[in-house]
Design a protein around this ligand. Structure first.
Ligand SMILES: NC(=O)c1ccc[n+]([C@@H]2O[C@H](COP(=O)([O-])OP(=O)(O)OC[C@H]3O[C@@H](n4cnc5c(N)ncnc54)[C@H](O)[C@@H]3O)[C@@H](O)[C@H]2O)c1
Length: 267
């Protein structure tokens, strides 16, 4: 019996694929059978991921692309056309932020964050959407954040504005395209360990406890936590799921700010 999660014969493009959740997503899709274009600003990292995928027996290619630059995003899709001649799945994972208090952040920095997280994701959705609509099928996953629907403080103003836009982008695109076979969903992760978070914990060790106090599951996220969701959303197992903002957060969004974690906890 063919697994409902089987991605054999499908072609996926994943951004941010040099490390972290993008890399974990690309490898999980390949493990489920997909061929993959691994994209990252870090070309050497993307190449490394593509090599790992080829070692699994799948087809893979790598592209060094800055997703905040629309001409580069369009070139990345031309590469996808040349390499695979189709696109069944887009994982919009690449991104980073600039943090500063709202009363101090420069407008140029806000623009850069919006270019990276909003314009970059939208341009990729548009290019993928055009191809998927023509084919009558496809699945797109945008990585949002807790900051797509709640506030984080601590200098996250530009990031939150951008991730809020990613939530609405997902809902609008899913609404526009659902009747033509193209699904668009978002994954909203809580804190998933990456070099940026490691650095912030090293600078302020109390931050780790602060984050854990909001995660009922009692542990930080790991990039590998995205593997199951990625395969599910790329596969026919999720064929009636679109427009969803899916928390991947160990229970964070379910917990009210004045709630406590653990039996008898007074934290
Ligand atoms: N880690 C978390 O706690 C967390 C939580 C919520 C949302 N997110 C979002 O998830 C995504 C992935 O997070 P991660 O933890 O895997 O990050 P990471 O820092 O481990 O990896 C991000 C990757 O994206 C690439 N990248 C950044 N900007 C790029 C650009 N403009 N063009 C091309 N590549 C670019 C980097 O080179 C890197 O390989 C990001 O968009 C992040 O904002 C992360």
């Amino acid at each position: 019996m063919t697994s409902m999660f089987d991605l054999s014969g499908r072609a996926a493009l994943v951004t941010g694929a040099a490390q972290g959740m993008g890399r974990a997503m690309a490898l999980a899709l390949a493990e489920a059978g997909a061929d993959v274009l691994a994209v990252d600003r870090n070309g050497a990292g993307a190449t490394n991921t593509a090599e790992q995928i080829r070692a699994m027996g799948r087809r893979a290619a790598a592209a060094a692309t800055d997703v905040s630059v629309p001409t580069q995003v369009r070139q990345m899709f031309e590469r996808m056309d040349q390499e695979f001649g189709r696109i069944d799945f887009l994982g919009n994972v690449a991104g980073e932020s600039i943090m500063a208090p709202p009363e101090q952040i420069s407008i140029e920095d806000v623009e850069q964050v919006l270019r990276n997280l909003v314009i970059g994701r939208f341009c990729a959705c548009q290019e993928a959407g055009r191809r998927m609509l023509a084919a009558g099928r496809g699945s797109i996953v945008n990585i949002g954040s807790l900051a797509s629907i709640t506030a984080l403080g601590r200098g996250h103003i530009a990031y939150s504005m951008a991730m809020g836009a990613v939530a609405q982008m997902t809902r609008e695109l899913s609404t526009e395209w659902a009747g033509r076979g193209v699904r668009v969903n978002a994954i909203l992760p809580a804190q998933v360990m990456n070099p940026g978070l490691e650095k912030r914990i090293a600078e302020n060790p109390r931050l780790r406890d602060k984050w854990l106090s909001g995660i009922p599951a009692g542990r930080m996220g790991d990039p590998s936590d995205i593997r199951g969701l990625a395969v599910f959303l790329a596969s026919d197992a999720s064929s009636w799921i679109t427009g969803a903002l899916i928390p991947m957060d160990g229970g964070n969004l379910a917990l009210n700010g004045s709630g406590s974690v653990g039996p008898g906890s007074t934290r």
